[in-house]
Write a protein that binds this ligand. Sequence first.
Ligand code: IDP
Length: 160
Amino acid sequence: LECYSSTGRGEKERTLGIIKPDGLSGNYTNRIKQVILESGFEISKEIVIQLDEQDAANFYAEHSSKIFFTDLIRYMTSGPVLVMILEKEDGVAHWRNLIGPTDAGKAKITHPHSIRAMCGIDLEKNCIHGSDSHQSAEREIAFFFKEAPLDEAVRKHDEL
Ligand code: IDP
């Protein structure tokens, strides 16, 4: 049984990455994946999906009262996204470091080697998402990858 933890040594921690619509349509996917793999992450699952307004609003529910919410939903539904489960020791923190600060325009100056500096434009169109904590990562992974709970999987197997 694999164990996911942000504290244990040598244990992998899962996090969620999303190549946002501008990243996909701008053909940054291969360059982003190259950076991910060179940085020691494993991409354990990936899907390409077109979010509808309800999906995007649910995913970003914590921002529903912000003035940029409507624009954010429009942006995230403007085309397909590529969603990935990424795994590495201390994966959440390492992935946040790799993507860089939210404002891609500023990232080009302060974090020129970050992914957002490479393919993002500004505070909104920053081309990539990364979970901000271990808890967020698990919630966001469950949002996109609805895995059957272990006992349910075992029950299904027993029924065969
Ligand atoms: P994060 O993605 O770096 O964690 P959050 O504050 O969680 O940043 O914001 C979620 C997303 O909403 C950002 O990645 C960006 O696309 C968008 N966003 C955040 N702040 C603003 C803003 O002030 N104006 C427009 N869009 C924003």
